[in-house]
Design a protein around this ligand. Structure first.
Ligand code: ATP
Ligand code: MG
Length: 582
């Protein structure tokens, strides 16, 4: 196919869009792949749509290759199935809810577990029908709190979502593995640099779960790897190894100290070190109590929650959010403190939390028998040697403390290093949560019902366009991997003469006849403008038909390496066919 720049619905931009924070967003807008309609909502222009469709096709091929079958649900869905599983409420503010003319409740599907479960229930009844894996490539809707980075985090986006249905746990393990393998193949085909990491399962529910993260400095996800083992996890999923509990008996009594003007950990530690108590204090000896408020889906009120953690660590809001999902969480404002005068900022201790019925969760390092320096609930007072399990008993533990490079790996081997990534795929074993909700059973060989076990698996298809751009660009433009490029060769006619025009047209026609897809820059623009646009658009091979043509040569430029090579005009078609198919 020949795409003519003279008529292509494309206007490239010289300026970066004002709202662009990441390179992919900036370049996809400038190169005319997408246009913003509203926050998190984008129009796909011809070149963008081509890349999107190619990615879709690769995803489809890899799904079909292991026997998954494609179906398509509406995006507009009735409330009832989501009411049955509780997700109508649990999904919180991210769910787009709407009403029809009769006042009936509907939603725009954020993910389709309910519908797939019901559909399998409707069609299948015998154990002989199973296993089955179904998928769709479809537009999803989520009213994201922070739509960001163009199509990387949209409120409308394209996802491949699939669901496996098996008779037993071994079957589920096989289906999960089949997805894991297919995802690896497909991301390899796209030439992505990615890692597979342990994940939390979020609003879906269920157990085993891994994420595929594309490596990118601009990513929103942080993951850690062990220096010495295969351990890798999203920081949200890192579990803190708890030290062994210590004896309670024979330990010093807790003692309250007057500690004027010590509202920060640093001041507190200095103060105690200056007391000369015969021991050295560090921030890790202090127990810091951080107050947040939590809103459970459907609840009227926000509730206070206190998190106790060693004073040398901050609360990581993303880990906290993941730990509390589906509840929402926010920091306390002055108004909240005003309503709870027992919270003495800088001096909050476990005692007043308990006395006032505030739920108190602690870091897993706070095991029974550990002694802490913490607030005594009065301005200018702290308590030393407050012993967990003797002087206070938290309501449980929570994974909310930051994970740091150099921390011990949870698997006991090596230490952690951190990097950032963008989630491109997520696979998880749901188990029987949805089958239970809808009583999805198969009639077994002995006529007894067998409860079906499920997996759910997602690929961010439209996000992949952004991720590929994020991993494949330079200062002047995009550089598409061949598999998804909007064309194979970008032919630039570098001049206005009839000879050059005729030469370019001829080569484009020959390439086209040989099955090579071509963008032909046949505009009346200057060579400089054409070169700049070719670099910006990012087709991997640029063919320049310029002055050399008179001497029988044209120039082939590799967009990625910048290498140029002169090729005889008689052999260039053959040369490019080889290049494109290599
Ligand atoms: P995230 O943590 O990035 O919000 P998620 O865990 O909520 O994603 P899943 O429910 O696992 O996402 O969805 C499957 C895949 O869909 C994700 O791995 C991601 O690639 C993609 N995806 C999710 N949300 C968006 C979005 N708002 N815009 C574009 N793609 C998305
Ligand atoms: Mg996910």
């Amino acid at each position: 196919m020949i795409t003519r720049m003279s008529s292509l619905f494309l206007r490239t931009l010289r300026e970066d869009p004002a709202d662009a924070e990441v390179p992919s967003h900036r370049l996809l807008v400038r190169a005319g792949y997408v246009r913003r309609v509203a926050p998190g909502m984008y129009t796909w222009l011809p070149l963008g749509l081509r890349v999107l469709r190619k990615i879709e096709e690769i995803v489809r091929e890899e799904m079909n290759a292991f026997g998954a079958q494609e179906i398509q649900f509406p995006a507009l869905l009735p409330r009832e199935p989501y009411e049955t599983t509780g997700r109508w409420t649990e999904y919180g503010d991210s769910l787009f809810r709407l009403k029809d003319r009769k006042g009936g409740d509907y939603l725009l599907g954020p993910t389709h577990e309910e519908l797939f479960t019901l559909t399998v229930k409707g069609e299948y009844s015998s154990y002989k029908d199973y296993p089955v894996t179904l998928y769709q490539i479809q537009t999803k809707y989520r009213d994201e709190a922070r739509p960001r980075a163009g199509i990387l985090r949209g409120r409308e986006f394209v996802m491949k979502d699939s669901y496996s249905f098996d008779l037993d746990d071994e079957g589920l393990t096989r289906s999960y593995q089949a997805h894991r393998d297919a995802y690896s193949k497909l991301f390899d085909r796209l030439g992505l640099e990615y890692v597979v990491v342990a994940a939390t399962s979020g609003a879906m529910g269920g157990s085993a779960s891994e994420e595929f993260l594309a490596v990118a400095e601009t990513g929103e996800d942080t993951y850690v790897r062990s220096t010495d083992s295969g351990y890798a996890a999203n920081v949200e999923a890192v579990t803190t190894p708890a030290p062994p509990a210590q004896p309670i008996e024979g330990r010093p009594e807790a003692k309250v100290y007057e500690t004027p003007n010590t509202p920060t950990i640093e001041k507190l530690v200095t103060f105690f070190n200056e007391l000369d108590l015969g021991r050295t204090f560090t921030a890790a000896d202090t127990l810091k109590n951080v107050l947040v408020k939590v809103h459970n889906p459907g609840a009227k009120e926000w509730e206070l929650l206190a998190i106790g953690l060693p004073g040398d660590r901050e609360v990581d809001m993303k880990r906290l959010e993941a730990a509390l999902e589906p509840a929402e969480v926010a920091l306390l404002e002055d108004a909240d403190f005003a309503k709870a005068p027992f919270l003495v900022k800088g001096y909050i201790g476990p005692k007043s939390l308990k006395d006032n019925g505030v739920r108190y969760l602690v870091d897993p390092r706070v095991v029974d028998g550990t002694a802490w320096l913490t607030g005594a609930d009065k301005r200018g007072e702290h308590v030393l040697d407050l012993l967990a399990g003797r002087d206070f008993t938290p309501d449980g533990t929570i994974e909310a403390a930051e994970v740091r490079e150099g921390d011990a790996s949870p698997d006991g081997h090596g230490t952690l290093v951190a990097a950032r990534g963008i989630e491109i795929g997520h696979i998880f074993q749901l188990g029987r949560k949805y089958a239970d909700a809808f009583t999805l059973d198969a009639l077994g060989p002995d006529s007894k019902p067998i409860r079906i076990t499920m997996g759910s698996y997602g690929v961010g298809v439209s996000r992949l366009v952004g991720v590929l751009a994020e991993q494949n660009h330079d200062d002047i433009g995009l550089i598409w991997p061949r598999e998804v490029a909007p064309a194979d060769v970008h032919v630039v006619i570098a001049g206005k003469s009839e000879e050059l025009t005729a030469g370019g047209e001829k080569l484009a026609a020959e390439l086209d006849a040989a099955g090579v897809s071509v963008i032909l820059d046949d505009r009346k623009a200057s060579p400089g403008v054409k070169f700049a646009d070719a670099e910006l658009v990012g087709v991997p091979t640029i063919l320049v038909v310029g002055r050399g043509l008179a001497n029988g040569v044209v120039e082939v430029k590799d967009r990625r390496t910048g290498e140029r090579e002169e090729v005889a005009v008689d052999t260039v078609v053959e040369h490019l066919v080889k290049l494109v198919n290599s």
